[in-house]
Design a protein around this ligand. Structure first.
Ligand SMILES: C[S@@+](CC[C@H](N)C(=O)[O-])C[C@H]1O[C@@H](n2cnc3c(N)ncnc32)[C@H](O)[C@@H]1O
Length: 256
């Protein structure tokens, strides 16, 4: 076991952070850069520092996760969701059970909540939004967005679902009440069952191929028959057929 591998084992033991499913080169580079900037020379010292200093621990968590998100990210896929996927799903059940896995600061789940309210208001849909980074979850729950970050939201939606404040816009309580936010680690925690739709977009980029494969199998089991997994615009599932998925559209995988 080399020093990086030992660090990964110690991280789980001491801080309950499991990075074993993440691609080593990128993760190692990011961690080493952070350690250099803090003038920490060894992995052991780094773990001890994080144990004592909450701020350093939070910087570490922030550094290893990429939280960038956007409202209606990759708009053409949201159009497919609106015009093809959601109408099909709603033929089977009026009330959709939806999971936004790796929701970051909330742009994805708020986009979804607005879309459902506007276009499919008949049902009592539930949206569960999860992330393993507590800081982003807190921001998502608060729902404050700077002006530069709301560009993807159509004006009509912005007026209806957000209130202005000095530097930007805040999600209205009516919008927030459609979403339940929870802390959840995709590599450790239990998955829900019978989901109609799961969004896992731009989350798996740093996962190893094996980890991705296992994760996509677990998503498959979390879907009800005919349920859909919606992935990011660069994420095609390798061996999707082997797991059992069929293609409903590009980046939309269906459990038959
Ligand atoms: C780039 S953001 C994607 C946000 C949103 N899904 C989108 O597409 O805009 C990736 C998110 O995945 C989360 N993430 C990474 N590994 C995770 C894990 N093991 N469990 C849960 N969330 C994780 C990160 O904390 C981050 O907020």
């Amino acid at each position: 076991m080399d020093s990086y591998e030992k660090f990964i084992v110690d991280l789980v033991r001491v801080l309950k952070v499991d990075l074993s499913g993440y691609k080593r080169p990128q993760m190692e580079r990011r961690i080493n850069t952070l350690m250099r900037s803090l003038d920490i020379k060894s992995y052991d010292d780094f773990i001890q520092t994080m144990r004592k200093d909450k701020e350093i621990y939070e910087r570490f968590m922030k550094h290893i996760t990429i939280n960038v998100s956007e409202f209606f990210r990759n708009n053409s896929q949201w159009k497919v969701l609106e015009t093809k996927i959601l109408p099909e799903l709603l033929k089977k059940t009026p009330n959709l059970k939806i999971w936004s896995a790796g929701c970051s600061t909330g742009e994805e789940c708020y986009s979804l909540a607005m879309l459902l309210s506007e276009k499919f208001p008949q049902g009592r849909h539930s949206i569960w939004a999860t992330d393993f980074d507590k800081n982003v979850l807190m921001k998502a729950k608060e729902g404050y967005y700077l002006k530069k970050n709301i560009v993807g939201i159509p004006d009509t939606y912005l007026k209806k679902y957000f209130d202005p404040f000095e530097e930007g816009f805040k999600a209205k309580d009516s919008l927030k009440s459609m979403i339940k936010f929870d802390h959840h680690n995709l590599l450790r925690d239990k998955f829900p069952q019978n989901c109609d739709l799961i969004l896992c977009r731009n989350v798996v980029i740093y996962f190893t191929e094996e980890t991705k494969f296992e994760l996509y199998k677990r998503f498959f089991s979390a879907l009800r028959p005919q349920g859909i997994l919606f992935t990011g615009s660069t994420e095609q599932i390798i061996r999707a057929k082997e797991i059992g998925y069929e293609s409903a559209a590009v980046f939309f995988y269906q459990r038959p």
